[in-house]
Ligand binder design. Structure first.
Ligand SMILES: Nc1ncnc2c1ncn2[C@@H]1O[C@H](COP(=O)(O)OP(=O)(O)OP(=O)(O)O)[C@@H](O)[C@H]1O
Length: 355
């Protein structure tokens, strides 16, 4: 996970996207004045699909912001609105000093080409172009000279460890390799905002995990501002700095993975998170507190490690753990045991496996 700065890169307020015969009718220029739930219910009752309902959130520079929800909850629609592949009915989307909802034509094309990168589940590569040509293609659209765009494409393919397959056609590459090309292509114009819509879900589970590691490695290096969509809570918890959890078009909870896992707002979120082994997903820093009295003995534990790292010492009787860093933090056995109890209730063993 990257450390995000506090600068806000994208700020969305009260976004609505409605499918149906006459969505504009419900949103006059003065704005809607009834509460979002009531308006969404009315829209549904009158033959419309409110796919994004009053969504507000900020994405910080350098952050991995994950939008998570079940099929049909509105994730893809929301991201299509952010990239203006769809027009919204209502709301504001401030990016780079401009309201994306209001700009049009040339400006929009420029922003999409130069400032936004997109990766989709279907890799969308051009079958008759080589890996190098596919990655260089967005730069060709920008009018970048051939030698320069090929140098950049080569650099991006090396970044995703495909430097030896520059001349391969998509059909000669595995699914995982094709998605790496897709990732390299989306990064070629050096976007400020990087959208990834279920980028790994077409890949088999083993590759899926490798690609997540690869993605985290890339992000550590590049520190992009990322909006990442997934329906997989484990993936969300692994990758996210913060998660926006959607249901029926609404963002029902927004927080760090630890906040969502430890303090779900309602039973729906609690059910959603029940399949996650907390001892793996919760990190030492999530439960750390200022050290009380003398600092704990023993070697420090890394703040970013999952709390399962302390289990052997806990089993051997240690009750307080020094947390690595200058913060004077400790991890206390009681907090760890609470998490283990929750895992046990949901059928997870202390080693993180399902019982
Ligand atoms: N072009 C469209 N016309 C009408 N309804 C649409 C359209 N696109 C999406 N919807 C509806 O909007 C709602 C949200 O769909 P969306 O694709 O955003 O969900 P999702 O969370 O991305 O789902 P999935 O994970 O299956 O892709 C669904 O009820 C869907 O049927």
């Amino acid at each position: 996970m990257a450390q995000a700065s506090s600068r806000i890169m994208l700020s969305c307020k009260h976004l609505w996207k409605v499918f149906g015969p006459r969505p504009a009718y419900y949103f006059d220029t003065a704005g809607y004045r009834i509460d979002p739930e009531a308006l969404a219910a009315r829209l549904r009752g009158e033959g419309h699909i409110p796919a994004v309902v009053d969504a507000s959130f900020d994405v910080k520079q350098g952050e991995i912001f994950v939008i998570m929800g079940l099929s049909g909850s509105g994730k893809s629609t929301l991201v299509r609105c952010l990239s203006r592949l769809l027009d919204i009915e209502y709301g504001t989307m401030e990016f780079d000093g401009q309201d994306l909802a209001r700009i049009s034509g040339r400006d929009l094309i420029e922003i999409r080409r130069r400032k936004m990168g997109m990766v989709f589940q279907s890799f969308g590569l051009m079958p008759h172009l080589t890996a190098l040509e596919n990655v260089a293609f967005p730069l060709k659209l920008q009018g970048v000279a051939r030698s320069e765009r090929e140098a950049r494409a080569r650099e991006m393919l090396e970044l995703v460890e495909l430097g030896s397959r520059l001349d391969a056609l998509p059909s000669q590459l595995s699914g995982g390799q094709q998605q790496r090309v897709g990732i390299a292509r989306s990064l070629a114009p050096d976007p400020d905002l990087w959208f990834l819509d279920e980028p790994f879900s077409a890949l088999d589970p083993l590759i899926h995990r490798q690609m997540q590691d690869e993605f985290l490695r890339l992000q550590n290096q590049l520190k992009k501002t990322i909006v990442f969509i997934t329906h997989d809570i484990m993936e969300a918890c692994r990758l996210a700095d913060r998660i926006a959890l959607m249901r029926g078009g609404r963002i029902i909870q927004l927080g760090t993975p630890a906040e969502i896992l430890l303090s779900p707002v309602d039973d729906y979120v609690a059910d959603f998170t029940a399949e996650v082994a907390l001892s793996r997903a919760i990190r030492v820093r999530d439960l750390a507190r200022p050290a009380q009295g003398e600092p704990p003995e023993g070697p420090p534990v890394p703040a970013a490690a999952p709390i399962e790292v302390v289990l052997p010492a806990l089993a051997a009787g240690q009750r307080r753990f020094r947390v690595e860093g200058d913060g004077g933090l400790e991890l206390e056995a009681g907090a760890v045991l609470e998490v283990l109890q929750r895992d046990a209730r949901h059928g997870f063993r202390a080693d993180g496996a399902s019982a």
